[in-house]
Design a protein around this ligand. Sequence first.
Ligand SMILES: [Zn+2]
Length: 276
Amino acid sequence: MPELPEVEVTMRGIRPYLNHHTIKDVAFSEFKLREPFDPRLHDLRGAYVQEVERRGKYILVRTDGGTVIIHLGMTGHLKVQHEQDPRVKHDHFAFYLDDGHVIRLNDQRRFGLVRFVPPELDPMADKHLKDLGPEPLSAAFSGAYLHQALKRIKGPIKPALMNARIVVGVGNIYASESLFTAGIHPESAACAVPEEQCEKLAQIIKETLQHSIAQGGTTIRDFSGADGKPGYFVQELKVYGKAGQHCPRCGGTIEKIVQGQRSTFFCPDCQKLYQR
Ligand SMILES: [Zn+2]
């Protein structure tokens, strides 16, 4: 599943091809993704792209004719192609641009999302975006903020970090990796983690994500950047997917547990358990 760094890398990859260009046409397949395609997407014919940005794991293409909100779901990826390049299986959505480029969304499992927001409405007020917590790379996501947010949660810290209302875009891999680096046991009660550790954790989350973005995103299954280059961060994971292997810090054994139906990897010897 593409995580925040992949979405950021994708957004940066497609932005130069869309920004300040005119959309010649929009095409979508007869299949529905998470939601059916909105027929009003055709209104974007002739629209001028003002800005492309990311909010959480959503990419927003803002035009003078409305905004398109794209989520890559489980298997979605965006490709930059030329209009003569043929449409292939699982290509479900496309922007055709004035200079002959086409941006295609390929999504094998169709858990992705393409939404149209008319120009008179604020896309940030869309149901998928309005309740999102702060961006992890913004100043609003500080140790003090994280401590305040976690204080209200009696459950374990790892699922709390993955809750988009607390902070957006910290997915399963980054939650495991960040907690390992911060030395916090994933089953620690969120409300019991001291402010000093929250400070450290917030900093580590920022560094981990920034590093991953710089490396081009983590390649787990079928992610590739908009220009087709795969990411490389996967070799640098310390605990994720490494159950039974030696902890890179203390030499102990990395364990795997399941929290909220997601796999968590950690070292029981060097990650401290904070309890209520
Ligand atoms: Zn260890």
